[in-house]
Design a protein around this ligand. Structure first.
Ligand code: ADP
Length: 414
């Protein structure tokens, strides 16, 4: 069998390391070869991999005493990929990087200097960025000749207006980077491109609801992000699995002053104890809450759906209207009751859901006469990263073969 060119995609999170390998065919199309993750990092890590048919093809557990560090786990993944795909030659790696700051508005080929710049952004995303940077560093040490590309969750939002990016704070702070960035950009980019490629009539004004364990919504006008619910950090916007979404900033002052809560307590409260988990007191998992008979579970679900619907209406204002609403990510793709409740709140806008289409996970789940089309589109951030990685490295190769000596490291228009 001929050797296949493989693109490795790495998504290094706080307690998980997700990976995928895509094969590139002769026409430059990408096909998923394997995907998997190591979850439970920091406790008892557990590796699982699936093939292109989603059949399980790899498993391994470590106990706490073995305590492998992240570099060792990444080395395990690389070794596993090499053995599982013996006819694959990895030609590049693409990474999901949560923060590109104000400078990185497109994917970028990694160099040691750029890696240092990404490290400087750690204070903007202290819970995620260090793991992204570390994965790039470890891979550079293990495979110095493998080109690496960083793809940013913030980049898709760089097209937003000043108003959408600005907090009403003294503007010296904005000059120091205190502004709205937005996240989940790779998911929004994938979904909006997918719609543009597959819909006969592309909706001009789109709200995409990325509802996973982390959740946000984005207004996409003619393919460009114009507003989104997450801002400076991944805390702003709608309630999430364990994050509260918007809270009054005065509440934090009160907790510090009157409840003697310190930085770590507040960070714990906002990132790990709030949202669906905090309101229900039961779980951060929507499936558990929907199955529970406890009224606190249904309160949490109701609050979530109402807040999501309110944000859809707010984002429609940013576009002067809305033509389509798209649900995506774990909850958005898999939970008919959540989609139904969100759409129920939007009935006044003329949203009319088709219950049967909703229950059977059709692509379009609104009735023909609905004022707004409602769709379900599975997201694929890994494919978006692989697509960017391939496109950027192809353009660098073209330029170095034909073009100016100036080395191009930032993708244009990708
Ligand atoms: P993230 O990438 O932010 O970790 P995902 O997009 O994978 O999250 O979504 C995970 C969440 O999706 C889970 O916490 C769970 O609440 C929800 N989910 C998955 N399947 C279902 C389902 N069938 N019904 C309701 N919620 C679901």
């Amino acid at each position: 069998m001929a050797t296949q060119r493989g693109y490795l995609v790495i998504n290094a999170g706080s307690s998980s390391l997700k990976f995928s390998v895509f094969h590139r065919d002769g026409r430059g199309r990408l096909r998923l070869a394997v995907t998997g993750q190591i979850s439970g990092i920091g406790g008892e890590p557990c590796f699982e991999a699936r093939d292109d048919q989603r059949r399980r093809c790899g498993e391994r557990r470590w106990n706490a005493a073995e305590n492998p560090d992240r570099a060792a786990l990444l080395a395990f993944v690389l070794d596993w990929v090499e053995k599982a795909l013996p006819d694959t030659r990895l030609v590049a790696a693409g990474h999901r990087v949560v923060h590109g700051g104000s400078r990185f508005t497109h994917p970028v080929v990694m160099t040691p200097a750029i890696l240092d710049e990404l490290e400087d952004l750690v204070p903007l995303a202290p819970l995620h960025q260090p793991h992204n940077v570390q994965a790039i560093r470890c891979l550079a040490e293990a495979h110095p000749s493998l080109p690496q590309v960083a793809c940013f969750d913030t980049a898709f939002h760089s097209t937003q207006s000043w108003q959408a990016q600005t907090y009403a704070l003294p503007q010296e702070l904005a000059e120091q980077g205190v502004r709205r960035y937005g996240f989940h950009g790779l998911s929004y980019e994938y979904v909006s491109r997918h719609l543009a490629d597959t819909m006969p009539k592309i909706p001009r004004r789109l709200v995409i609801a990325h509802l996973g364990n982390g959740a946000s919504l984005c207004a996409v006008h003619n393919g460009r992000s114009v507003d989104t619910t997450m801002g400076f950090s991944t805390l702003e916007g709608v309630p999430m699995g364990t994050r509260p979404g918007n809270v009054d900033a005065g509440l934090l002052l009160y907790l510090m002053r009157e409840k003697a809560m310190g930085l770590d307590d507040i960070e714990d409260l906002l990132y790990r104890k709030s949202g669906l988990l905090g309101v229900s007191g039961l779980s951060n998992d929507m499936r558990v809450l929907l199955e529970s008979e406890d009224h606190r579970a249904s309160d949490a679900v109701d609050l979530f759906c109402w807040r999501v619907a309110k944000e859809v209406a707010a984002l429609a204002t940013s576009m002067g209207g809305i033509d389509a609403l798209v649900f995506t990510a774990g909850i958005g793709e898999n939970s008919p009751p959540v989609r139904s409740r969100v759409c129920h709140h939007l009935g006044w806008l003329g949203v009319r859901m088709d219950p049967q289409a909703n229950d059977t996970k059709q692509r379009i789940i609104s009735v023909d006469g609905s004022a707004i089309d409602v769709l379900v589109i599975p997201t694929d951030e890994e494919r978006m990263i692989a697509t960017h990685t391939m496109a950027l490295l192809d353009s660098v190769a073209r330029e170095s073969a034909t073009g100016p000596s100036r080395k191009k490291v930032v993708a244009s228009g990708s």
